[in-house]
Ligand binder design. Structure first.
Ligand SMILES: NC(=O)c1ccc[n+]([C@@H]2O[C@H](COP(=O)([O-])OP(=O)(O)OC[C@H]3O[C@@H](n4cnc5c(N)ncnc54)[C@H](OP(=O)(O)O)[C@@H]3O)[C@@H](O)[C@H]2O)c1
Length: 257
């Protein structure tokens, strides 16, 4: 029987400096991971990455921060190569990279479409590809998508539409990597109380989202909170190993699939 405990494991988290990725990183360190490599992209995330490295080390794990724009296959290959060099082959690889655009389809430019595809689909594909090459046997791989995959709503064509392929990448990867005991999942949070959410939304839309989940009245903001998503990720990358190939929405009853 394989050991599915987080204790002693090596973790890689793309977008692991802050918000959801940052909390996953510190949580897995607190659960006993041996080493956590976190990735960040923007210069403005560097201080968050340093703070998260300090929090991981405080929890007793080795930590390294790796920078990169992951919209090229070469950059994702480098991220995995640098992770292996710094902390060893990952047992757990989680991709939280994403970009939102809320706009009518008639106003979306070709450049915007290309960027959304690059960040949400291409990065996720090549992250899964490299995970399939570098993650240890009996490892766990997870991609963060969006609860909008369960919605029938306007204006998110370029966001939900470029996260949607990840559901199929996940299915294929789960079948292909399953022979090595690797679980592959996708998790779609509901509208989350992080700085990622608010700039894309108007005041009316924020007010709506704060009431849109079945359990909204019991959330401090009405929204999904990263603290509600992290325990589920922790489960998926440990004792929840039997769940594979699936996309699961964590949203207090905002959308369903
Ligand atoms: N907040 C929400 O309402 C919500 C709801 C559902 C799903 N999600 C998804 O949850 C995930 C985490 O979101 P969050 O709320 O925690 O916000 P976040 O911290 O801003 O997460 C987005 C991440 O994507 C990274 N990123 C963007 N462009 C990149 C690129 N070209 N190359 C590499 N990395 C890039 C960002 O890095 P830098 O900031 O360093 O550029 C950041 O770490 C995202 O995938 C998002 O789509 C969010």
């Amino acid at each position: 029987m394989a050991n599915h405990s987080i204790k002693g494991k090596v973790v890689l988290i793309a977008g692991g400096a802050k918000n959801l990725g940052g909390l996953i990183a510190t949580d897995l360190a607190e659960q006993g991971a041996k080493a956590v490599a976190i990735h960040y992209n923007s210069e403005s995330s560097k201080a968050d990455a340093e703070n998260t490295v300090a929090a991981i080390e405080k929890a007793g794990a080795k930590a390294v921060a790796l920078q990169g724009d992951l919209t090229s296959a070469a950059a994702v290959e480098k991220l995995f190569a640098d992770t292996v060099a710094a902390v060893g082959k990952p047992d757990i690889a989680i991709n939280t990279v994403g970009k939102v655009l809320k706009k009518p389809m008639t106003e979306i430019s070709e450049a915007e479409y290309d960027e959304m595809t690059a960040v949400n689909s291409k990065t996720a594909f090549f992250f899964l590809k490299e995970a399939g090459k570098h993650v240890n046997d009996n490892g766990k791989v997870c991609t963060i998508v969006t609860s909008l995959l369960g919605a029938f709503t306007p204006f998110y064509a370029s966001y939900a539409g470029t996260k949607a392929p990840v559901e199929h990448f996940t299915r294929a990867a789960a079948k292909e990597f399953g022979a090595r005991g690797i679980s592959v999942t996708a998790v779609g949070p509901g509208p989350m109380d992080t700085p990622f959410f608010y700039p894309a939304e108007g005041a009316d839309a924020v007010a709506y989202h704060k009431t849109a989940a079945a359990l909204s009245p019991f959330s401090p903001t009405g929204l999904t909170h990263i603290e509600d998503v992290v325990p589920f990720i922790r489960h998926l990358v440990s004792d929840g190993w039997w769940i594979t190939g699936q996309t699961i929405l964590i949203n207090g009853g905002y959308t369903t699939k």
